[in-house]
Design a protein around this ligand. Structure first.
Ligand code: AMP
Ligand code: MG
Length: 489
């Protein structure tokens, strides 16, 4: 393909035994239309803006083109869904086109919503425009926030009808990631020593070479697995701390949606909180609240236990594996406290600050204050506390917290001018609130992608205030019904 004539193109996943995947062609879309393309993601694989309007690009992102002739494949993985072993799950509607060596690393190119595969189970292989817009915008919003994530390269819409609760239309998101390997890939091979060893070697060779114990030809598998698990534990803990600090709820933290690289993966019924509620559940399908905001750290740890269990087959001992999971709590707290200190404008975190932090969440929770604005407006309380106090129904309680906070700032904060800029660089003004995503979806369903453009531009740099975009910083109006998101996608 001319698009990548100067780039190294391959498919490293296909170096694994054929039991790991099936070669299968994506489905042809009817009248595919490029609704949006992402120049920043394109640059990662060496594409320029001019390439994004080429017919080859549309062909690639609608499943008709091939990366230098490589036959696409679907990988096999399993996992635990809502705490229960679910067996084989996917890829039910994703096709890996291959990988491209970009200026700063190699990226796998994957289509999502591109048709049935041998792992589709009862699914139709489609993804609807609604969920595809949500995935497309959310992954770039996370990148804009500086949170590890898969990236979105292109959004292609079509007229193909798809039946969900109501009739919708099909769309395909092209995603980029160094790897799409999930905890679920390891769980799938948890009873097959040879395949698990192959997967471990593959993952360590490409993404965790520092974890290898022994040589490539004679690796010490249990020791290598332990090192990998320790590193995945650390990355996952840091990732979840970052989610917590922007009020992001993933919504379906099943083990098959957990990236081995510690990236945010698979955007479905996620939610950025408006009014803060510690036990907020963003996914209406999650009736038990398993994936509530305040449950995410514990769930991540539970998921890491499932990953650990799948490594027993390599000869690791349970106690060794358990000690690899031990850093989770310290790593999570370290990242969470450092992040909260930045958001509060503190130059460092003291153990006594934990109480101030706990009381912050209790205050926001009791008054259902807006998560994003409560942090953002804190930067301005020294000059004028009124806009911040306005976020609280009971300003007396807010003022009491504020007084303690201000005396803490006096203790060790940097000068006030530098602090304001630093806080604004740590507290986004714009997040992908559900009602904003919904506006973009409804316009796109009517054939108008301009709201996707606007959100995309805003969320790429969510820390910089943009005049004329005041409404994008606010929560939903009280008189519009809350957007209900579910696993339907
Ligand atoms: P999710 O809960 O969205 O992560 O999906 C769980 C698994 O079901 C994934 O492996 C998907 O590939 C698969 N899946 C979800 N929706 C469909 C669909 N419409 N058709 C085929 N497979 C699907
Ligand atoms: Mg998934």
């Amino acid at each position: 393909m001319a698009l990548f004539s100067n780039r190294p193109v391959g498919c490293s996943f296909a170096s694994l035994p054929t039991s790991f995947y099936t070669r299968v062609a994506p489905r042809r879309l009817t009248e595919p239309r490029l609704l949006h393309a992402n120049p920043a993601a394109a640059a990662l694989i060496g594409l320029g803006t001019q390439d994004l309007s080429s017919p080859d690009f549309l062909d690639l992102c609608s499943g008709q083109g091939r990366l230098n002739g490589i036959e696409p494949l679907a990988t096999v993985y399993s996992g635990h869904q809502f705490g229960v072993w679910a067996g084989q799950l996917g890829d039910g509607r994703a096709h890996l086109l291959g990988d491209v060596g970009g200026p700063e690393g190699t990226w796998e190119v994957q289509l999502k919503g591109s048709g049935r595969t041998p792992y589709s189970r009862m699914g139709d292989g489609w993804a609807v425009l609604r969920s595809s817009v949500r995935e497309y915008l959310a992954s770039e919003a996370m990148a804009g926030l500086g949170i590890p994530t898969t990236r979105a390269l292109a959004l292609v819409a079509s007229r193909d009808p798809v039946m969900r609760e109501t009739p919708e239309t099909a769309a395909v998101v092209t995603r980029l990631s160094p790897s799409f390997v999930r905890f679920g890939h390891f769980e799938h091979w948890g009873h097959s020593a040879a395949e698990q060893a192959a997967l471990l070697n593959y993952v360590v060779t490409h993404w965790f070479p520092e974890c290898r114990v022994g040589t490539v030809t004679e690796p010490d598998l249990p020791a290598t697995a332990c090192r990998l698990l320790t590193e995945v534990t650390r990355r996952t803990a840091r990732l979840i701390a970052q989610w917590q600090l922007v009020g992001f709820c993933h919504g379906v933290m099943n083990t098959d949606n957990m990236s081995i690289l510690g990236l945010t993966l698979d955007y479905g019924p996620y939610g950025f909180m408006d009014a803060f509620q510690a036990d907020h559940v963003c996914n209406h399908t999650d009736t038990q609240g398993r994936y509530a905001w305040n449950a995410q750290p514990a769930v991540a740890r539970w998921n890491l236990y499932r990953l650990a269990g799948s490594l027993l087959v390599l000869g690791c001992t349970a106690s060794d594996l358990e000690s690899c999971l031990a850093p989770f709590e310290t790593e999570f707290l370290r990242a969470y406290h450092a992040g909260l200190a930045r958001k509060f404008g503190l130059s460092d975190w003291h153990p006594e600050d934990a109480q101030l932090g706990d009381d912050w969440w209790a205050l926001l929770h009791a008054q259902r204050a807006d998560f994003t604005l409560a942090f953002r407006r804190l930067a301005d309380v020294e000059s004028d506390p009124a806009p911040w106090l306005d976020l609280f129904a009971d300003p007396g309680a807010a003022q009491a917290w504020l007084t303690r906070y201000q005396s803490r700032l006096v203790l060790s904060g940097p000068p006030a001018t530098g602090r304001r800029a630093a806080m604004n660089a740590a507290n986004p003004l714009y997040v992908l609130r559900n009602h904003l995503a919904q506006q973009a979806i409804q316009a796109a369903q009517q054939g108008d992608p301009s709201e996707i453009d606007r959100l995309f531009d805003l969320l790429r740099d969510p820390y910089t205030e943009r005049p004329g975009h005041e409404s994008y910083a606010r929560g939903p109006a009280a008189d519009i019904p809350a957007v209900a998101v579910s696993c339907s996608s």
